[in-house]
Design a protein around this ligand. Structure first.
Ligand SMILES: C[S@@+](CC[C@H](N)C(=O)[O-])C[C@H]1O[C@@H](n2cnc3c(N)ncnc32)[C@H](O)[C@@H]1O
Length: 307
């Protein structure tokens, strides 16, 4: 194994171990968020990676407050191999040293919301608990509540990190535009590339895709890369401070289905970090994650098995 691969492997193992160790002993009879395969850990690693530099950049630039928004929060935990707890996106920012002033967590599934409400009680820090708001609500309604859709009067009053992790085409383009128009907002977005390609020729899916893209140009596209590129280009037209920069990471599951993680920011510092993040996440593959996770949870296996 090359030393670069070994570094990537160690890096992945340490990140996974840190996240796993925080929840491995949590025990409850509550529901778990549906787990879609080890590959989906990549987006959680990406979120975890970005939090600290995101907050540091805001602090350095004298922003007053920063808020984490997760409108597809799930239940807070996954169960891997029917055995191992792993934290979902709403919990990940709570483990890191750099805290947000508010955590706005929501989901449409009442059972997930109930479970999340109980699970956050594992955090004993009252100050953090007071800053968490959990709601059962549709993502588009929640986005309308949180984001004004216009430039804030005081740019540095409040910045947002928004994690948009839907299963499908839930976010309308109007609401994506609303987020992008609302000031200093960074976005990590799960783009269901394979689902779009699968649905593109199905007549009944057209209205949903029109709403998702906000126009009908997608109808003339055919390749997976074209859909992602087109969506990113639309994001890049926004930005009050500077135009948005986007980075996308193609992630395939073991069946070869692809989704892309689209990362977007107006901040130059944020863009540098997101670019590094993209390279890092691209260098780790599902097998590496599987191996790193099994070593992270203390099972003795040879690293060489994973290549
Ligand atoms: C991929 S899961 C999110 C997993 C979560 N981000 C995590 O890392 O643990 C997608 C979530 O979106 C929720 N969902 C689906 N449609 C929704 C909608 N229209 N509004 C809000 N939540 C929705 C589902 O209940 C599910 O919990």
């Amino acid at each position: 194994m090359t030393s670069k691969k070994l570094d990537d492997y160690d890096w992945t193992k340490n990140r996974l171990k840190y996240l796993f160790d925080n929840v491995k002993d949590w025990k409850d009879d509550l529901v778990y968020t549906e787990y879609l395969g080890i590959w989906s850990m990549k987006k959680l690693i990406a979120l975890d990676y970005y939090i600290e530099p995101f907050v540091k950049i805001l602090r350095k630039n004298n922003f007053k407050k920063w808020v984490f928004v997760d409108p597809f929060a799930g239940s807070g935990l996954f169960k891997i191999n029917d055995k191992f707890n792993f934290p979902g996106s709403p919990l990940i920012p709570l483990f890191r040293r750099e805290q947000f002033h508010k955590y706005l967590l929501s989901d449409v599934n009442q059972k997930y919301i109930n479970a999340l409400n109980l699970r956050i009680k594992n955090f004993e820090n009252i100050e953090i608990l007071n800053n968490i708001e959990i709601k059962k609500i549709d993502c588009n309604k929640r986005i309308n509540e949180i984001f004004s859709g216009s430039r804030p009067n005081n740019w540095k009053d409040i910045a947002y990190l928004v994690f948009l992790d839907s299963y499908g085409l839930d976010i309308s383009w109007d609401n994506m535009a609303r987020i992008l128009n609302s000031g200093p907002v960074d976005i990590i977005f799960t783009f269901m590339t394979w689902g779009i390609v699968r649905n593109k020729n199905i007549i009944q899916s057209r209205p949903k895709l029109n709403k998702f893209f906000g126009d009908i140009h997608w109808q003339s596209l055919s390749k997976q890369d074209d859909f992602v590129e087109y969506y990113c280009k639309k994001i890049q037209k926004f930005g009050h401070y500077k135009k948005y920069k986007t980075y996308n990471i193609a992630i395939e599951n073991l069946k070869g289905n692809r989704y892309d993680l689209i990362l977007a920011t107006q901040s130059e510092g944020g863009a540098n970090v997101l670019n590094d993040l993209r390279k890092k996440i691209e260098s780790i593959n599902p097998k590496m994650i599987e191996g790193a996770f099994s070593v992270a949870r203390g099972e003795q296996r040879q690293i060489s098995e994973f290549y």
